[in-house]
Design a protein around this ligand. Sequence first.
Ligand SMILES: C[S@@+](CC[C@H](N)C(=O)[O-])C[C@H]1O[C@@H](n2cnc3c(N)ncnc32)[C@H](O)[C@@H]1O
Length: 362
Amino acid sequence: MSTFLLDSRQSTKGQCARQRPGGSGAAGGRTPIVRGRRPVEGRSEGAIGHVPVLATELVELLDLRPGQVAIDCTFGGGGHAQLVAQRLGSRGTLIAIDRDPLAEERFAELSSQVACSVRFIRASYAEALELLTEEGARADAVYFDLGMSSMQVDTRERGFSYSFQAPLDMRMDPGQKLDARAILANYDQRALTRLLRDFGEEKHAAAIARAIVNSRAQHPIESTSQLVDLINSAIPVPARFAGSHPAKRVFQALRIAVNDELGQLDRSLPLAFSLLRAGGVLAAISFHSLEDRRVKRFLAARARGCICPPDFPICACGREPEAQLVKNRAITPSASEVTRNPRAASARMRAARKLTEEEARP
Ligand SMILES: C[S@@+](CC[C@H](N)C(=O)[O-])C[C@H]1O[C@@H](n2cnc3c(N)ncnc32)[C@H](O)[C@@H]1O
């Protein structure tokens, strides 16, 4: 974990890690060519910035005032953080978290442009929120914009995208040991099937897992194109061309497993909520149902209070609501946002406000 605290008026030049994600470009695919959609060759021409999703809606519902404290758990390209920092003014504090050194570089650029005090913690958000809890930090807003950034997808050599030929890496923290190659090399067929089914909701999970195990007995599976060919060969021909890309769910499942995305979220939601001051807001933007379901259940439980089984005639647990949902339904992007930024299409935002003591015990 690396962390530094800055008054934004200090220059940040040279204070962030300048590490670039490694990667040697294409690792030759030796799987026979199968008809289907395949990745394109070539290295990225430099990652373009991240367009923040549901940005206006997020800033509105956080409703931050000058002098307050906000924690951005997924800094990425800093799109949300920049807007939030404007609301915090010169007396406010922005704490930004990300496990990717590329985000730390972006943070260094942003921190010289905003008026508030800023701090960056390079770590997983579960670790960082634990650290902040130990330090006794308090915040008026804690928010997550889950999943990967456009910068990560567009840096082809990091292997997040099934559209580009690259080594199968998918680590958000390039210092982490586990990568997608290791999973494909070491998980047994049952574990692979479960991973593809549980994290990718992939209906051809068993067939794809079998194909992975058979293929790796001949040669290691190292590149995105090898994996895409293998998926195409394992699924029925119509499924190769119908609907979304046939590799989409497998890549999502591997990325979730490599980065322990669901475990991180489960550990972090209670920490984030407990860091909030009374009246503070917890918000999360999800991009698939596995995340959204977790956020929805967590916030609903805080808003409900009582956890007695529904057939109990009266409450025996005595728990009171601790939060109020900002909206009962998820907030989704407008049609015009999706037209401008198609990556926003599956976004769903949920949020809840922590009740004050008077509100909690009327
Ligand atoms: C969708 S992007 C955030 C984009 C950002 N809101 C913006 O406006 O530019 C998600 C970011 O969260 C980071 N991330 C995902 N899971 C993480 C975790 N468990 N701990 C720390 N960072 C994480 C990724 O590295 C990525 O940079």
